[in-house]
Ligand binder design. Structure first.
Ligand code: DGJ
Length: 583
């Protein structure tokens, strides 16, 4: 017999309240100076706004939920490929496309800019009524510097690279070289200036990612002479101040490193954090953050769109350098926040199955959750709904989205559903009256389908079970009539491949709930344990121009004779349930 998880939603609301306080205290929250955000808001430029329980992206004066998808790396440079992609992206119900802008294309010769690749993206997006999040493939793309222009690549003396332990150069621009950061920041500033000129009144571009999956691989740090001497130099005071201010709330891994020296507040990297790969990683993270900050700040001076960096995540058991060391990972969040105050978000690229774990770790960093890359799989449809409900995510974006078939891809259905109710979802993110439900999946793929209990501040507790594939109605153990109805499938029944299950729940009122998603069975009880909860009505329906339109009254077998609400795994649906209490 399974047991419901403890209340998740109320705790989440409390946690979010704590985040608000922390933001006011200048500890968490969007890092860009408040003045800059206010100026962007005043000028009508897309910006982040904290309101109630959520920080949201505001576009043309209204909160905006990103139903995103990222293009494969090279697709945007192919006219035919894009001609095929645009209608697909629309048919998948995206509202935003994440697309690279490559340094080599926009600055083919030093100081000569060519923005045709950007303008083509803008024209395509506008023609298909889509927005863009642009990804600056500048100094680094997945650690490497393959997107640097020829004039940078071929002038190693002027634009130094990192070195392996044995002295061989790597195709990774050094984060320690002034010439590198100056050239990158100048190009990025030119891009942002161009965007302000051609898009400042249209707001097709909503946000910009600075670089892509920054980090070191296959060694945790640069071993050039410059890097070695900086590694032996004192840890910068700005970092140590932040760590001291947040000593008790640092990521446990970082705190543990620092504890090895008894929390020393002066000395070299080795003296403060001890020897080892993790200290190499901290050192690189600081310098990468400073570099990304220079680039972002130069861009924001031209056009202050929200900016973020993305991280390649860690495979279990891997050490820094075996995984991409020093990116904006949760255990390095304080290093990145101290080093890069111009960045608004630190984002995870989630290709592992343990989405629940990674998204939760990022949400705890206090920056709004935005997932710019995720594995394109059936599961991503549920992950996106869950993140929007559980963590007030700004948006979600499967990678290589142009490969999804609008006729069959679950992400298209989940996005259609979100599209129909996005202002409602955004309003409940602000109120904290929305929850995400999904069985956590471990990194090895094991699904924890333990029922989850949701209380959204009202008088009822909802117990969510993750339904079996369509078939006989799922019966909750212990419910009246469960035995008579023969709830469990026969042991010999064929095992269907697991379908994604989960979604979001909104409390419209004290006794009025919306459940949206797939593969869900929900039962109800008074939150205070007094008496019992009954179903007054369940309607299947949809939102038309934001208004709820019931399409079918569900009762009888469809609610297991008034015992539960259920949405089968064969599609994404929305149901509205009204409850009452009896003795
Ligand atoms: C993560 C990178 O950020 C993307 O640009 C792309 O290379 C994917 N990996 C490929 O899986």
């Amino acid at each position: 017999m399974t047991h419901a998880r403890p209340v998740v939603a109320v705790r989440r609301a409390v946690a979010r309240a704590a985040v608000v306080l922390a933001a006011v205290a200048g500890v968490h929250g969007p890092a860009a100076p408040l003045g800059a955000q206010r100026a962007a808001a005043d000028a009508g430029i897309p910006h982040l706004r904290r309101e109630g329980q959520a920080t949201q992206l505001v576009v043309d004066g209204r909160p905006f939920l990103v139903r995103g998808g990222e293009l494969g790396n090279s697709t945007a440079t192919g006219a035919d490929a894009m001609a095929r992609a645009w209608p697909r992206l629309r048919a998948l119900h995206l509202n935003t496309v994440l697309a690279p802008v490559s340094w080599e294309l926009i600055e083919p010769e030093e100081g000569r800019y060519d923005f045709r690749s950007v303008d083509r993206l803008l024209a395509g997006a506008r023609a298909h009524d889509l927005r863009l999040v642009l990804l600056w493939f500048g100094s680094w793309k997945n650690s490497m510097s393959s997107y640097a222009p020829t004039w940078v690549k071929t002038d190693q003396r002027r634009f130094p690279r990192t070195e392996a332990t044995r002295g061989a150069g790597q195709e990774i621009l050094s984060p320690f070289a002034e010439a590198n950061v100056a050239a990158d920041a100048r190009a990025f500033a030119a891009l942002m200036r161009h965007l302000r000129r051609v898009d400042g009144a249209r707001h097709t571009v909503l946000m910009v990612q600075v670089e892509n999956e920054i980090g070191m691989i296959p060694e945790a740090r640069d071993h050039s002479a410059t890097a070695d001497s900086l590694f032996a130099a004192p840890v910068p005071a700005a970092l140590l101040h932040r760590l001291q201010a947040r000593r008790d709330s640092l990521a446990p891994e970082l705190r543990a490193r620092w504890a090895t020296s008894g929390f020393r507040t002066a000395g070299s990297w080795g003296a403060v954090f001890g020897p080892g790969l993790h200290t190499d990683e901290l050192f690189m993270a600081w310098h990468f953050a400073r570099y990304a900050d220079r680039v972002a700040a130069a861009g924001k001076r031209e056009y202050p769109l929200p900016m973020f960096v993305n991280a390649a995540l860690i495979r279990p058991g891997y050490t820094p350098g075996r995984y991409v060391s020093a990116g904006p990972l949760p255990h390095l969040v304080d290093v990145w926040r101290a080093g890069a105050p111009s960045l608004d978000l630190l984002s995870p690229d989630i290709y592992f199955p343990n989405v629940h774990e990674w998204a939760t770790r990022y949400a705890r960093t206090g920056t709004p959750l935005f997932v710019p890359e995720a594995r394109l799989s059936p599961q991503v449809a549920v992950d996106a709904l869950w993140a929007v409900g559980a963590h007030a995510a700004i948006g979600y974006s499967p990678f290589a989205i142009e490969n999804a078939d609008p006729a069959t891809a679950p992400i298209g259905r989940a996005y259609a559903l979100l599209a129909s109710m996005d202002s409602l979802v955004l309003a409940h993110q602000r109120r904290g009256t929305i929850a995400g439900v999904m069985p956590p999946i471990a990194v090895d793929g094991t699904v924890d389908a333990t029922p989850q209990r949701v209380v959204l501040g009202g008088p009822y507790a909802l117990t969510v079970r993750f339904a079996d594939p369509p078939g006989p109605p799922v019966i909750s153990p212990g419910q009246p009539g469960a035995a008579a109805m023969g709830g469990a499938p026969a042991p010999s029944a064929p095992v269907a491949p697991p379908a994604p299950r989960g979604g979001l729940i909104i409390a419209l009122g004290p006794d009025d709930y919306l459940v949206a998603g797939t593969g869900l069975v929900v039962t109800f009880a008074p939150a205070d344990g007094v008496g019992q909860a009954g179903i007054l009505s369940v309607d299947e329906g949809r939102f038309v121009q934001g208004r709820w339109m019931p399409t079918m009254r569900l009762n009888g077998d469809q609610t297991h004779q008034g015992r539960h609400l259920s949405i089968a795994t064969d599609g994404f649906g929305v149901q509205r349930v009204r409850l009452y209490r009896y003795r």
